[in-house]
Design a protein around this ligand. Structure first.
Ligand SMILES: [Zn+2]
Length: 177
């Protein structure tokens, strides 16, 4: 399966609003291949999530998975996200389209996810914590938003290798998608 190039900040696809897919488009061989390629690209890049926008496909699809957090592979098409609590929690994030940087990002601790799976069946589930963070990060990509836009304090922004060189654990457990 081909691993696709991940575009970086500056590419217009990362600032575009992605289009919803019709059931016919989703069922097509081309789209099913793209979904397989998204999964392979995410795994090759050691990310926990990847949105189609990040491979310059402006369509509403993202994938995510984290073995370390017991999160099985999910493919989410035409997503709608509803926060379940008003409160926001801060944790580290990074982005495959903004390589090597990490920062503290506020996110809702629990969200409801509605959409379609890759076979067009409805999805409707709740997720919390690390999974909710990944989902919000990927959903943002489909709306042209990156984690930097969500940050409240850029003093927490830094290069992961600078922290590692100082033996600092900062950003080690970040959600990178
Ligand atoms: Zn990202």
């Amino acid at each position: 399966m081909p691993v696709l190039p991940i575009v970086r900040l500056g590419h217009p696809a990362l600032r575009a609003v992605a289009r919803a897919l019709s059931p016919e488009q989703l069922a097509g061989a081309e789209m099913q291949q793209l979904i397989d390629d998204l999964v392979d690209t995410m795994r090759e890049a050691h990310g926990v999530g990847l949105a189609a926008s990040q491979v310059a496909a402006e369509i509403q699809v993202f994938v995510y998975e984290s073995a370390g957090h017991d999160i099985p592979l999910r493919v989410v098409v035409n997503p709608m996200i509803t926060p379940q609590e008003r409160e926001l929690v801060y944790d580290w994030e990074g982005c495959l389209s903004i390589p090597d940087l990490r920062g503290m990002v506020p996110r809702h601790p629990e969200v409801r996810v509605q959409g379609l799976d890759r076979s067009g069946q409805p999805l409707d589930y709740l997720c919390r914590g690390f999974e909710a963070r990944i989902v919000q990060h990927e959903f943002d990509h489909l709306n042209g938003v990156v984690f930097l836009d969500r940050m409240r304090d850029f003093k927490t922004l830094g290069y992961i290798d600078e922290w590692q060189r100082m033996g600092d654990g900062e950003g080690d457990e970040s959600a990178v998608g």
